[in-house]
Design a binder for this molecule. Sequence first.
Ligand code: UDP
Ligand code: MG
Length: 326
Amino acid sequence: MTAKPILWIVIPCYNEQEVLPITAPLFLQKVRDLAAAGLVSEKSRVCFVNDGSRDDTWRLICEFAKADEHFIGISQSRNRGHQAAVLAGLMEARENGVDVTISIDCDGQDDINAMDEMVRKYLAGAEVVYGVRSRRDTDTFFKRFTAEGFYHLMNLLGADIVFNHADYRLISSRVLDSFADYREVNIFLRGMVPLVGYPSDTVAYERHERLAGESHYPLSKMLALAFDGITSLSNKPIRLITGMGMLFSALSFIGVVWAFIGAMLGSTVAGWASTVCIVCLMGGIQLVCLGVIGEYIGKIYMETKARPRYIISERTWAPYERKYHG
Ligand code: UDP
Ligand code: MG
């Protein structure tokens, strides 16, 4: 029999001092249970990624690491956002030769009991296992409506993402190795992981309410994420603009012909209202188009800089040692 896989549960944490003391023991119990059930190695770990929290989160993580060897943690030099934090954790796991990772939020919303099935599906051959929400009963109508609209819009605009899957997923080391070659700085993990390919599977789970603390994803951040996702993954908006431009060109050509015939027949009235309308309309459309094009240019700008996507400033095992000997 081959050795049992080493699992790291990667957990991004940003200002989570209220919820961590509640959920950390649950994660610990889960790793222990998985190891006891013989699904993963005893060397499996719970890896917290502190995303530049301003509260006591990092101190808590360090305390956990001292209290139990199953807990480890890394800290980003400042807040870089959820996606970068998850990426930092995944890449840290990869550099330490971990066989399989599961990323999950730290607030207890995602059902940790789905991990057993994820690992089983991994052992059965899946390289990526997506956690997919079965119901959204615990969400407010507004959150559900906007979140589901988000998935539909994303797919419509060419960003192929798994429906109702957030960032709760299992990824094998093989996929992480390939994923490390995706060098883009605009990271949208949900859209990027499917691009890597490999056999994948899904596990349905129910999402609960946050156990404590508050959400860091208000509507504005959700919209920003959607916009980032679409423009990072697809060129469809640019095509749509081109199509729209052609349509309007055709329409204005008809308008010109119509005006010309009208003038020839001598039935034109000096109507400045219609002129103003057209000017405004065209001005508006052009601004929208310029905005979207600018968005892509901004992306190119950021990509050409190739700045680091995350910076790890501290580690619970040794601040300046990358390698974890556990
Ligand atoms: N998070 C993070 N950096 C941020 C914002 C959030 O690491 O800048 C983490 C947060 O600690 C949590 C996860 O990302 O573990 C999801 O955030 P949250 O629960 O606030 O979002 P929601 O579940 O409401 O969409
Ligand atoms: Mg949450």
